[in-house]
Design a protein around this ligand. Structure first.
Ligand code: HEC
Ligand code: HEC
Length: 320
């Protein structure tokens, strides 16, 4: 009977919705949603609505800009989120955060697990900022996530936009020359802002030493740092360095001591670490490790454990 058949069809359709296209020949599957990146613009501070959600978005933005001032117990280094995610996370060449809300949860090969956006934020707190993880259920985490959702407005789920696979990739074939990097550090004016000891100064972040990023940060990898430097530094004249110069500077900067990242040897648990990872992991030998590592004051706070399972024997709900 047709009157029974139709609802049946709808029901079946609902059951397979998640896996495949549904609803007729002219409906495209969700993965084919078109997104015109050139026509899309992230919302800016001036677009933040004047309501409760807007207040949370604004606090999230200010936490990104003023991380150590706002969260001194968690952001203990000279870095703030916008030291790397420049222009409030909107700059295409410096690991933009635009659309991040649409790309998580995702599988992260370094963790060997599917992780949430909150855990990804905490990886940057613990490794890039060499600080401590903030509680996932905290007001501050919600505010940061509110801002990340705000600058992901209208970006379809799963969309990668330019630069968002981290920093723009460079040819891994180049190898930096540390001695040449030392000369370029002065010749290319890095020293005037970041200082001869790489310590930074006020809003200018440190490049090495106890208040810089940790060995477990992406920036501690030669190619990742070279790409950031080539596309964004010197701050006053970005785009003036050759790729080789950027690799030389990255090699020089990353040859210095920096904070440790406890548990790093468990990264890439399935193997497959990129060639420039500066510490030993499964099937990988450290590439040019820093001269020494600075012990972390609160090693427990630096850990972002993979999400536990609940409700099964051995899960956290079962364990009493
Ligand atoms: C030392 C530089 C640095 C600092 C400081 C930093 N990050 Fe990151 N962050 C990165 C890099 C680099 C990546 C991309 C990873 C890659 O290149 O593989 C990234 C990735 C991310 C991502 C995932 C983006 C995506 O779409 O995959 C989020 C979210 C993020 N950072 C948030 C933050 C927050 C919040 C802070 C401040 C608490 C922060 N970051 C501080 C360098 C940094
Ligand atoms: C005019 C001052 C200035 C000069 C010159 C300069 N920087 Fe920076 N640099 C900054 C500032 C400020 C930031 C933080 C980004 C921001 O706030 O927009 C930064 C961030 C960085 C970062 C990422 C954050 C960190 O601390 O690790 C690296 C790496 C870096 N600079 C390397 C260099 C190199 C290499 C040179 C020379 C080629 C250079 N900089 C020249 C001001 C400068």
């Amino acid at each position: 009977m047709p009157s029974v058949m139709k609802p049946m069809g709808v029901l079946l359709c609902g059951a397979v919705m998640a896996a495949a296209a549904c609803g007729g020949a002219d409906t495209k599957p969700a993965t084919a949603v078109s997104f015109n990146e050139d026509a899309w613009h992230p919302k800016l501070e001036a677009d933040i609505p004047n309501d409760s959600l807007g207040a949370s978005i604004k606090r999230g933005l200010y936490l990104l800009r003023f991380t150590p001032e706002s969260l001194p117990q968690y952001a203990t280094s000279s870095l703030r989120c916008t030291s790397c995610h420049q222009n409030d996370g909107l700059k295409k060449t410096s690991a933009p955060l635009t659309g991040a809300h649409s790309r998580f949860p995702k599988y992260m090969p370094r963790s060997g697990a599917v992780i949430s956006l909150a855990d990804r934020v905490n990886y940057c707190f613990t490794r890039s900022l060499a600080g401590n993880a903030i509680p996932v259920g905290s007001r501050e985490m919600v505010d940061i996530l509110s801002y990340l959702a705000f600058i992901s407005y209208d970006v379809p789920v799963g969309t990668k936009i330019a630069g968002t696979n981290g920093i723009i990739s460079m040819k891994d074939t180049l190898v930096g020359d540390i001695a040449r990097g030392e000369q370029l550090f002065t010749a290319k004016t890095c020293v005037t802002c970041h200082g001869p000891e790489g310590k930074g100064n006020g809003p200018i972040p440190a490049l090495w030493g106890a208040t810089s990023y940790s060995i477990g940060a992406s920036m501690a990898r030669e190619e990742r740092a070279a790409s950031f430097i080539m596309h964004n530094m010197p701050q006053t004249a970005p785009g003036t360095l050759t790729a080789q110069e950027a690799f030389d500077l990255a090699a020089y900067i990353n040859s210095h001591p920096r904070p440790d990242s406890p548990g790093k040897e468990g990264d890439w648990p399935m193997g497959g670490a990129p060639a420039d990872v500066p510490y030993d992991t499964k099937d990988h030998k450290a590439h040019r490790p820093p001269a020494s590592l600075v012990t972390r004051a609160n090693p427990q706070g630096t850990l972002v454990p993979n999400p536990p399972s609940v409700g099964r024997a051995g899960g956290t709900l079962g364990a009493k």
